[in-house]
Ligand binder design. Structure first.
Ligand code: MN
Length: 241
């Protein structure tokens, strides 16, 4: 059997072809015995389970069908869907994981992250992240009526877009020092993450070990997935949508 890893689908009702691609991916690649790890930004926006479950009813039904067939699906939230909560988990059967999760695959010790915590050079974003990940901020935000939440989210997005336009590409990428630091902290030799939309495999030779960082790609004209069989080598695969 095998484990599959995807991230940054950025599903949205305005992009039905992406939901269709997830549907096809599930049919072609995901077996009842598979494990599917979704490493954040599954949704373009998730402003609370009440809104999200209605807005993404088709995706929710698809995930629920898949878990009912026996597939174990795990989810680490991204910067766009960090408000995915218990009602989502109950409705879909998807297991919510903490923001950093360790996994053993054969000889490899793997660290799973969305990837935004690695972008430590982007100090504006890290400040914002710290604020919105506080339980108290989330309780207050989720207590607002839907239209207020949508307005606040739009405002944040506009601010972030105008800030992003002024930032260097390098600031928006991960800090390599932070990558090595987190791998060491979690005692892992492989890191799998998304977020940056820069699919690639990076290798680091340290005195102790050869470390690998596998970056998943975002779903747009193509989709990316990492396939890791229980026996054998992993592959980072790309398919046209
Ligand atoms: Mn992201």
């Amino acid at each position: 059997m095998c484990s599959l890893f995807i991230s940054d689908l950025h599903l949205h009702p305005r992009r039905p072809e992406l939901t269709q691609a997830l549907h096809d991916f599930c049919q072609q690649q995901v077996e009842p015995q598979s494990k599917l790890f979704i490493l954040g930004d599954l949704f373009e926006a998730w402003l609370g389970d009440d809104l999200g479950l209605a807005m993404y009813a088709e995706v929710v039904a698809l995930l629920a069908r898949q878990t009912q067939q026996g597939t174990q699906i795990y989810f680490i939230s991204g910067n766009r869907d960090f408000l995915v909560g218990e009602a989502f988990s109950r409705t879909t059967g998807v297991t919510l994981l903490p923001e950093a999760y360790q996994l053993q695959m054969g000889q490899d010790r793997i660290l799973l992250l969305h990837g935004d915590t690695l972008c430590t050079d982007d100090t504006d974003y890290q400040k914002f992240r710290q604020q919105v990940r506080q339980p108290q901020w989330q309780i207050e935000f989720l207590a607002q009526p839907a239209d207020v939440r949508i307005a606040i989210a739009n405002q944040y997005r506009q601010q972030s877009q105008s800030l992003t336009a002024q930032k260097l590409e390098s600031i928006m990428d991960v800090s390599e020092a932070e990558v090595l630091c987190q791998l060491q902290q979690h005692d892992c030799n492989v890191l799998i993450h998304g977020h940056t939309h820069r699919p690639k495999v990076h290798c680091y030779n340290t005195t102790k070990d050869i470390l690998q960082r596998i970056v998943l790609g975002d779903w747009d004209k193509h989709f990316y997935y990492l396939k890791w069989p229980d026996e054998g080598a992993w592959q980072l695969l790309k398919q046209t949508i």
